[in-house]
Design a protein around this ligand. Structure first.
Ligand SMILES: Cc1cc2nc3c(=O)[nH]c(=O)nc-3n(C[C@H](O)[C@H](O)[C@H](O)COP(=O)(O)OP(=O)(O)OC[C@H]3O[C@@H](n4cnc5c(N)ncnc54)[C@H](O)[C@@H]3O)c2cc1C
Length: 370
């Protein structure tokens, strides 16, 4: 029987892995399982939340010519001993090598009330719920001063000038960026009338706003949680070695430390990249996925997998459609203070990066382009 590679999740990491594996694994059968039949440009979900149309990308078309088979179903269980995954349509898939790439969702259990009352942008359904509520909203408060929170608050301010927008963060705005980049963010938000609340940890979320730990209340028609992501519990439930956030610990070739026949890539995996814990991002998830595909192919061919060479280049942040910040960084993700592009040029760079990602996903030889 041919070696069976099953890839779970068709996001940036999983789709890249499936395409790479299909190209490099010889006679192996590659099956890609995903909850929907569409590729979701997750890095555009804040645009979806403000009612913008994004490209329709059927997975069948993106897999065309690769030989990989698509199964549209939700994964409900993993039996790592039997090497079997269970699907919500009652089927089970057996594998010889598994690529686990199920991504992440908003972590709504961090403060009381968030699960009941907060909206999110982490998944298409979250963003669509927010978009549908938008016409009724006079104010929105975004929680999270990281890149997702910044992009979300900025998109609202840009797309709906009449809307009151607050951005609340437990630390400082754009902590991962250098001072010049952060200054630009502050100037941009001030210019758009967005109130930024720094060093303001949230104590609870309610139907009509939120309360900060210092007792202050911030009334708001909607609260959007963009302050943290969590990964599915499937891997931990199956006995794989995970860190405190449930992310699978992988070795240098991206194989699960406890289960070397499982390759984990994207948001679900944790490993040190140049000495620092991998940041949940498309930037590192995509190269991880491509390398994960190569590792799966090596396992199918009975070869020793190579070490992944991962590095960061920079962070691209959109501020609506006409502005942004591009912060170049060292290989370990630390920002190079003076290497910053802002304004329209940054918006163009960001848009080019996002478009080229999809362009690469369309090509069967995706790996060669990235
Ligand atoms: C609004 C927003 C903006 C962002 N902007 C940026 C940015 O500018 N730059 C950047 O680097 N990162 C950005 N990110 C982070 C980036 O999107 C993620 O790090 C990236 O998508 C992770 O890729 P992934 O393949 O691991 O997971 P995902 O892209 O989340 O893909 C996971 C896939 O698995 C599927 N899936 C999940 N559970 C199941 C199941 N049980 N059964 C079957 N299928 C399942 C999902 O449907 C999905 O297709 C942003 C995130 C958000 C939410």
């Amino acid at each position: 029987m041919n070696h069976r590679i099953v890839v779970l999740g068709a996001g940036y990491a999983g789709l890249g892995a499936a395409k790479r594996a299909a190209r490099a694994a010889g006679d192996a059968e590659v099956t890609l399982v995903n909850a929907s039949d569409r590729f979701v440009e997750r890095v555009r979900l804040h645009q979806v939340a403000t009612g913008q149309e994004t490209a329709d990308l059927p997975l069948a078309g993106l897999l065309d010519g690769t030989g990989a088979e698509l199964v549209v179903a939700r994964v409900t269980g993993l039996d790592a001993d039997a090497r079997r995954v269970r699907l919500d349509d009652g089927r089970a898939l057996d594998y010889d090598t598994l690529v686990y790439a199920l991504g992440s969702t908003a972590d709504l259990d961090v403060v009381p009330g968030a699960r009941e009352h907060a909206l999110a942008v982490a998944r298409p359904a979250d963003a669509e719920r927010l978009r549908d509520r938008l016409p009724d909203l006079g104010s929105v408060t975004v929680i999270g001063g990281g890149l997702t929170g910044i992009e979300t608050a900025a998109e609202f301010a840009d797309a709906r000038p009449g809307l009151r927008v607050d951005l609340v963060t437990a630390g400082v705005l754009g902590e991962s960026l250098g001072p010049r980049a952060r200054d630009h963010l502050h100037r941009w938000f001030a210019g758009r009338g967005v109130t930024v609340h720094e060093n303001a940890p949230v104590a609870k979320v309610a139907a009509d706003g939120l309360m900060l730990e210092d007792g202050r209340e911030l009334p708001s028609d909607a609260v959007v949680w963009a302050a943290g992501f969590r990964v599915p519990s499937l891997a931990a439930d199956a006995g794989l070695g995970v860190d405190g956030r449930g992310r699978i610990r992988v070795d240098a070739s991206l194989r699960a430390e406890t289960h070397p026949e499982i390759v984990a890539v994207g948001d679900v995996a944790t490993l040190p990249v140049r000495g620092r814990e991998a940041r949940m991002s498309c930037q590192i998830g995509l190269p991880m996925g491509l390398h994960g595909g190569i590792t799966a192919a090596a396992l199918a061919r009975g070869r020793e997998p190579a070490r992944a060479k991962l590095r960061y280049v920079g962070q691209c942040v959109s501020l609506g459609r006409g502005d942004g910040v591009v912060q170049f960084s060292r290989a370990d993700d630390t920002p190079i203070a003076r290497a910053v592009v802002t304004g329209r040029a940054a918006a163009r760079i960001k848009e080019t990066v996002v478009r080229s990602t999809v362009f690469a996903m369309r090509r069967p030889g995706v790996g060669a382009l990235l």
